[in-house]
Design a protein around this ligand. Sequence first.
Ligand SMILES: [Fe+2]
Ligand SMILES: [Fe+2]
Length: 243
Amino acid sequence: MQDDAPRVIRIRPVGRPVGLTGPAARADWAAAAGEGGDADAETIGHVERVCAYAEVLARRLVGHRRFRGTVTEAFVRRLGVAAALHDAGKAALPPALLRKPARLTPAEIVIIRRHPTLGAAAVERLLAGHPDAALRAMAAEVALTHHERWDGDGYPHGLVGDAIPISGRIVAVADVYDALTSARAYKPALPHAAARAEIMAGRGTHFDPAVVDAFAAAEPAILGIAAAAVASITGRDAVRIAA
Ligand SMILES: [Fe+2]
Ligand SMILES: [Fe+2]
């Protein structure tokens, strides 16, 4: 995605502290999210983009009256890395379930929905001993809360509104936008305009209105990240994103 992104992903042993900033740190964290080091290119691409989107969204919220003293430049930098571990809990789920090329059954959805709780525990283990306590706490809170919804219909705890940490609310928008604009085993990628419409439709229901407003304001930067990422994968996907 970035010019200086490493070509080879270095896998760090589980439990060893990882770096804090920059593309190399993100790649380390993406690899760590696979715990055993088996994170595939699709997972790493998703993690890299979610980090980049989350950072752009958070930066738009610096100085916002609702987040004064919370969303600071230090918060933005931490979130750009902490977001890499948002799906760490998926490493504990059966790979065949994660890559199932069809809609999930209700029983399978119950299993998938365990990943935030599993992820928060995994993050505590991965980052035990990491010197930045605020980063440790943020990474665990993002893993736990990125599937909560503003209206309380999310999981695992059905938290409502401001009870959801702002880090989780930001990553929720970043994560859904990337999921919509990425091809998966069971669905094609949506073009940006359609994904944007879905994010807008979720304003005040799925998502914090302030984060959706940040998404709208940051649209050129979001599109730039998406286009740069897919251009490095396949020409066909790049065309889809640009459409
Ligand atoms: Fe997730
Ligand atoms: Fe995700």
